[in-house]
Design a protein around this ligand. Structure first.
Ligand code: NDP
Ligand SMILES: CC[C@](O)(C(C)=O)C(=O)O
Ligand code: MG
Ligand code: MG
Length: 342
């Protein structure tokens, strides 16, 4: 079995004399910066002037421009949106890197697809939490953590792996388990997971179920509870105890329906399409499309986002959730989107 690293396997001394610059203060950035600080690491934040700058200052972190923060740091963690990283890296981070520094990512996209080519004189590694940033923060505060992958692309100091593990411990991930991977494996599996299962597969499944019920004349509110709201309750059981644990809690009728109807819905054709999705990721076709979409200022992204936010399941859901304030995420901000610009 693959080695899984936990807190006890980590030498956190390797980070004790280093300054870490977290570049970006969004979903991952705010979590890494605050968790590292609370783990005793010397952390600064690199940003442009704006909303995040104010937030990071309010959270009591030292904030500098991206180039100043990169200049001061020994370890530079790039937590900007993937699509903006190459430009900011070229203009503000690369000129500040010194021999023996570490350049770090939370996703391998830009290095793997050669949008960022680091200089030969720095360590390059990734520490990629397998969960949303707001949960990296929330679970850390609860005394737990989100599992993470790490991968070393360049090891000039001979310490890259130890520093990566110490970083993972600092953000709380070594409480849950940290696994070694490569930039290629992290990038391809992360993209596949979010497209085919976690985000794309899931939202399409939920919408198809909702639409099937509503088109058959059932109440949209009933369809919302059945196909979206209850999903969390079912997934929580799978998270805690696997599929068997979930099936233990549901009725035998539901379990029989799971066995006979599940494979009719997610059938061989769906799996064949998943293989095509994976092929597009592996060949770089998906990455090329996403890079071009950004160069054109995201016309399709914005149009689809607008249409999705106006879907009946979102309209009904927003109304129903107003009546259930307890379901709102505790730390996620701006989750309700009224236009196409998020
Ligand atoms: N979201 C997640 O949970 C996960 C993300 N990752 C990876 O982590 C990385 C960061 O993703 P994520 O946290 O989602 O990113 P976000 O979209 O949340 O990052 C937004 C942050 O970047 C800042 N920013 C944007 N453009 C610039 C710029 N030109 N100069 C300076 N600051 C800028 C924003 O500042 P401002 O307020 O000024 O706009 C804000 O602080 C990515 O590589 C992603 O793939 C990995 C695992 C999970
Ligand atoms: C599932 C989406 C993700 O890969 C993540 C939270 O891990 C992302 O890129 O945000
Ligand atoms: Mg991911
Ligand atoms: Mg991802």
């Amino acid at each position: 079995m693959t080695k899984v690293y936990y807190n006890g396997d980590v030498n956190d001394y390797v980070l004790s004399n280093k300054k870490v610059a977290v570049i970006g203060y969004g979903s991952q950035g705010h979590a890494h910066a605050q968790n590292l600080r609370e783990s005793g690491v010397d952390v600064i934040v690199g940003l442009r002037q704006g909303k995040s700058w104010e937030q990071a200052k309010q959270d009591g972190l030292p904030v500098f421009s991206v180039s100043e923060a990169s200049e001061q740091a020994d370890v530079v963690m790039v937590l900007l949106p993937d699509e903006y990283q190459p430009k900011v890296y070229k203009e503000e981070i690369e000129p500040a890197l010194k021999p023996g520094n570490a350049l770090v990512f939370a996703h391998g996209f830009n290095v793997h697809f050669s949008q960022i080519v680091p200089p030969s004189y720095v360590d390059v590694f990734l520490v990629a939490p397998k969960g949303p940033g707001h949960l990296v923060r929330r679970t850390y505060r609860e005394g737990a953590g989100v599992p993470a992958l790490f991968a070393v692309e360049q090891d000039v100091t001979g310490n890259a792996k130890e520093i990566a593990l110490a970083y993972a411990k600092g953000i709380g991930s070594a409480r849950a388990g940290v696994l070694e991977t490569t930039f290629q494996e992290e990038t391809e599996t992360d993209l596949f997971g979010e497209q085919a299962v976690l985000c794309g597969g899931l939202t399409s499944l939920v919408k198809a179920g909702f639409e099937t019920l509503v088109e058959a004349g059932y109440q949209p509110e009933v369809a919302y509870f059945e196909c979206l709201h209850e999903l969390k309750l079912i997934v929580d059981l799978m998270y805690e105890d696997g599929m068997a644990g979930m099936r233990y809690s549901i009725s035998d009728t539901a379990q029989w329906g799971d066995f006979v109807s599940g494979p009719r819905v997610v059938n061989d054709q769906v799996k064949a399409e998943m293989k095509e999705v994976l092929k597009d990721i592996q060949t770089g076709k998906f990455a090329k499309g996403w890079i071009l979409e950004n160069q054109a200022n995201r016309p399709e992204f914005n149009a689809i986002n607008k249409r999705e936010n106006e879907h009946q399941i979102e309209v009904v859901g927003r109304k129903l959730r107003e009546m259930m304030p307890f379901v709102k995420q505790r730390e996620a901000k701006d989750v309700v989107v009224s236009n196409a610009e998020n």
